[in-house]
Design a protein around this ligand. Structure first.
Ligand SMILES: O=C(O)CCC(=O)C(=O)O
Ligand SMILES: [Fe+2]
Length: 416
């Protein structure tokens, strides 16, 4: 990675786990999108991209303006913040509880990751995708139209700003399906069949409010879970960190947490479980979290920064790909050999979700939604959610879990 710019990390938190003997990343690479403007630059970019996908699973894109014009970014960020800062009762008008597709507003205290409550609130919106038909598997409800929009009078221009931003990230995502294929020495079009038509991209508007307690003067500034350790479910995630707060961290293969600080005019990109699956583990779905403390809400001079805002777009595969389809990608041998077979990877993400994600992207994402938003799950999928939560709890407390808690899919399984 000699030609790649690196973010230095002087703030590494060591977990109590033993280090594995394999190389683990200690910094997050920065890939310059303007390299794509020349043939020689593109070659350099693809080689950096390959290394970033395989070794780190996290990287920054710099020079993003061509893809996301500053006016599109700024309008989106300002409208998104405006929405997130409305009074609670206004936000509850588009409560996620009303949506069987898990879209809309999830208030503080309602979301859980790794069975712990996250310290954040969110709005979720999807790119335009139709709702599933009555004969489709229940998990296909992870997609459907956005039926809930904020009142135009409350945040004027919000919908237009969000749709414009999401479409622009979607275009970058389409290009990434080609660049990832090329970085893995595949035909440019090799990954296209894994995506739905229209493609499914979800944007989350995340607000991490300031904690109520003032930061202490001494060193016992307790950490708390903004969002708990997890892997994203999709292909790639494109994250705009919209405030200067530190807190986002990626976990390397030795279990050490590496900071991913905000860098102005960049996007953070990370690999999701689906990309890891279709590449047989060559691309790494890296565990990450947002680890906060009262002090992280102050700038270098001790002035309050306000809430932390962050806006990820999750680019996902076709929800109903089968496990056979997911295993059908033929990678060249020299690329397959990059997967570190048998390598020990320390991860604090819940292994419980792995089997669901291997089954199909939709099953994996639906399961994750049910455990993250159990109240929405209880409203729309009462029988299923209890089984999944029970399975999750058993998995967390049992070393030799072999239970099959997926019987909720049997009535809708297409192969039966
Ligand atoms: O807030 C962030 O910066 C990251 C959020 C995240 O990882 C997620 O929502 O999946
Ligand atoms: Fe994430």
């Amino acid at each position: 990675m000699s030609t790649t710019t690196l973010v230095e990390t002087d703030d590494v938190h060591t977990s109590s786990r033993p280090k594995s003997s394999h190389a683990a990343f200690t910094s997050i690479p920065i890939l310059d999108l303007s390299l794509l403007d020349s043939l020689a630059g593109k070659r350099q970019f693809l080689s950096q991209l390959r290394e970033a996908l395989v070794v780190v699973g996290f990287f920054y894109f710099s020079n993003i303006d061509r893809w996301l014009p500053p006016s599109v970014q700024h309008t989106f960020v300002s409208k998104a913040k405006e929405l997130c800062n409305l009074p609670l009762e206004k936000k509850l008008e588009i409560d996620m509880m009303n949506s069987k597709h898990f879209l809309g507003y999830s208030q503080m205290g309602k979301e859980r990751t790794a069975r712990e409550v996250d310290y954040r609130e969110m709005f979720d919106f999807l790119s335009p995708v139709p709702a599933p038909g009555p004969d489709e598997p229940v998990y296909m409800n992870v997609q459907g139209p956005n039926q809930q929009w904020p009142d135009e009078k409350e945040v004027q221009g919000f919908r237009h700003a969000l749709e414009t931003y999401l479409a622009a990230v979607g275009k970058l995502g389409e290009t990434m399906t080609i660049l990832v294929a090329e970085a893995l020495d595949l035909e440019a079009t090799a990954l296209m069949r894994f995506f739905g038509s229209p493609p499914r991209n979800k944007v989350s508007l995340l607000k991490y409010p300031e904690p109520p307690v003032a930061p202490p003067d001494d060193d016992d500034d307790d950490d708390f879970q903004g969002v708990g350790s997890h892997k994203d479910g999709g292909f790639l995630t494109y994250l705009l960190q919209a405030t200067p707060h530190h807190g986002l961290e990626a976990q390397n293969k030795s279990g050490i947490w590496i900071p991913v600080p905000p860098i102005p005019n960049t996007l953070v990109v990370n690999v999701g479980r689906s990309l890891e699956s279709i590449t047989g583990g060559v691309c790494t779905a890296t565990t990450h979290r947002v680890n906060l403390s009262a002090r992280k809400f102050l700038d270098g001079n001790g002035y309050p920064l306000g809430p932390r805002f962050s806006f990820p777009v999750f680019q996902t595969l076709k929800m109903d790909l089968t496990s056979e389809e997911m295993a059908s990608l033929k990678l060249p041998k020299h690329i397959r050999d990059l997967a570190a077979d048998g390598e020990r990877v320390d991860s604090d993400a819940e292994a419980y979700f792995e089997k669901y994600h291997l089954e199909s992207p939709g099953v994996g994402i639906f399961t994750a939604r049910l455990t993250s938003h159990p109240e929405v799950g209880r409203r729309w999928y009462p029988g299923i959610v209890e089984e999944i939560l029970k399975g999750q709890a058993e998995f967390a407390t049992c070393d030799s879990f072999s239970g099959e808690s997926a019987c909720w899919r049997k009535p809708v399984c297409k192969t039966k």
